[in-house]
Design a protein around this ligand. Sequence first.
Ligand SMILES: CC(C)(COP(=O)(O)OP(=O)(O)OC[C@H]1O[C@@H](n2cnc3c(N)ncnc32)[C@H](O)[C@@H]1OP(=O)(O)O)[C@@H](O)C(=O)NCCC(=O)NCCS
Length: 234
Amino acid sequence: MGVSTKKKSQASANKSKEKRQARKLEQRRIADGMAHVTSANKLKDMATLCKELLVYRSRELEVDMYIQRVTDLDKNVLDWAIDLTERNMKRLYETCAWGWNRERKIEEMTDDAAWYLIAKDQKDNLLAFSHFRFDMDFGDPVLYCYEVQVEAGGRRRGLGQQLLRVLERLALATRMRFVRLTALTHNPAATAFFKACGYSLDETSPPKEEASHYEILSKATEMEEDIPEELDDA
Ligand SMILES: CC(C)(COP(=O)(O)OP(=O)(O)OC[C@H]1O[C@@H](n2cnc3c(N)ncnc32)[C@H](O)[C@@H]1OP(=O)(O)O)[C@@H](O)C(=O)NCCC(=O)NCCS
């Protein structure tokens, strides 16, 4: 074998070794992500991960929050959450390609994978909630925020932002890479809100030509980067 041929075959062997290693790293990343999602969904006491954030006091609000799986949620609370979502979102859905379908929304909100963060005042008035899930999304373990809904009378007092802070803490504690969500583009209040809370266009958001009525927003979890162990190339 000539020197140059030998060099070439060495280079191509190195390249395929690099590819194999990259593939292994990616497989391990996905397997780790799935393990984190499974562990998060098995948690018995989510509140211990974010205790101090579940109490929100401002000049105008005294709010306490709690977290439950949909399967443990009081039926009246679930009915209120569905009703609030309809009051807040029906018109917005009706004016885009999705349309409003109450049954479909109820199905989504009562899926066994759903978790709820509920905010109430000292008199037990329900003020706001978030429906969220731990899931794999485009290969990433994410906390997906399906809804953040605040009663009209409780808005612009920092409550929505506090709900997101809780979600972000949970994402960090359970090793989710992002808090991700879908936002309607013709909901300027929500767009301004998510922007103010540090959310930006996610790389998985579809191009405008494909879907102009919604976009995917996200905030990366500030985890220390995992340092991958040396992978043996066996
Ligand atoms: C969007 C929503 C969740 C915001 O909740 P909120 O408790 O009012 O928001 P906050 O008080 O935490 O706002 C934090 C910041 O977001 C921005 N923001 C919030 N609402 C805004 C609005 N209507 N217009 C412009 N900016 C807004 C502001 O910068 C605000 O800070 P500031 O009040 O000091 O200026 C609430 O308006 C809502 O429930 N809307 C209907 C449902 C909805 O659209 N949900 C989101 C899509 S699922």
